[in-house]
Design a protein around this ligand. Structure first.
Ligand SMILES: [Mn+2]
Length: 285
């Protein structure tokens, strides 16, 4: 059952995030199927892999959740370089940033160099929630206030956690205002892209908002690997460095890359087509 299928599709890199292991919403069976049918040199786990918040309140752990963890550890043992970048739902793992657990490295954020030489900042992306909330007036106050708001967002949530409150989530705050979700996603992307530009990288790879996408914003390529609660998507890098989104839930009976992928190069036009639908389901990132 655990044997790697001979038909497993090989990628240079795979990014998955927002799995939310430990909750009923997690599509662990589909993810397991994806993991069994793919292999890669690099596997990035881009945050919210475990939903430690909700597990504290309401424990839900299915056998398939174990299987996902075992499968990932097995890949690491077999030579895949596994990099875990914690998110806000598993933020306690951030305390272990810079450490290795067996063959799994934990990092707050990572820089990935693609086969065609582009540098991507890899991070979960929750630190931009406050930026998005205050996007309108932050646009007027300039760069220092922006950096300050980023820090404030972090300390605000550290304080809330110490006081026993859950993480303040912009998306939950907005969930009863679904018409604002499009604007929210747009502001989020703008904030993430601005950070990538500030860091001098070619692109950014994140998760958090459960909306898979590959798009170019001028000189910066924005990639979001989606999630395994709603969209069941991964971001993949082909051996030549091209990036694509794989929608696993849509066709799991046969491998059909031409239907499942949207390819992107570093060319500046708008590339993704996955932004068109905004789920009206409550957003809980
Ligand atoms: Mn998140």
């Amino acid at each position: 059952m655990n044997a790697i299928s001979t038909s497993a599709r090989h990628y240079r890199s795979i990014w998955i995030s927002d799995i939310h292991l430990g909750t009923r919403g997690c599509k662990a069976d589909l993810l397991l199927d994806f993991l069994r049918n793919t292999e890669s040199d690099y596997l990035y786990l881009v945050g919210d892999i475990f939903d430690i918040w909700r597990m504290r309140k309401n424990w839900y752990w299915h056998q398939t959740h174990n299987d996902v963890v075992q499968k990932i550890l097995r890949k690491a043992r077999k030579g895949t370089r596994v990099i875990l970048v914690p998110g806000n739902h598993d933020e306690s793992l951030r305390d272990f940033a810079g450490h290795r657990f067996g063959r799994v490295a934990v990092l707050r954020e990572a820089i990935h160099k693609t086969a065609d030489g582009r540098r991507f900042l890899v991070m979960h992306g929750d630190q931009f929630d406050a930026i998005v909330k205050y996007a309108k007036w932050l646009a007027f106050v300039g760069d220092n206030a922006y950096v300050f708001a980023l820090k404030l967002n972090m300390w605000f949530n550290v304080a809330r956690r110490k006081l026993g409150f859950p993480y303040w989530s912009l998306s939950q705050y907005l969930k009863h205002k679904v018409k604002n979700a499009v604007e929210y996603i747009s502001n989020y992307e703008t904030a993430v892209v601005a950070e990538a530009r500030r860091r001098g990288v070619d692109g950014v790879i994140c998760g958090h908002i459960h909306t898979p996408d590959i798009r170019s914003f001028g000189d910066i390529v924005y990639c979001n690997d989606g999630d395994w609660v709603e969209s069941c998507t991964a971001l993949v890098e082909e051996p030549d460095g091209r990036l694509a989104i794989v929608h696993w839930g849509q066709d799991t009976t046969a491998w059909a890359p031409s239907r499942n992928t949207v390819c992107a190069s570093s060319s500046p036009q708008t590339l993704g087509t996955h932004k068109s639908t905004v789920s009206s389901a409550p957003l809980q990132h």
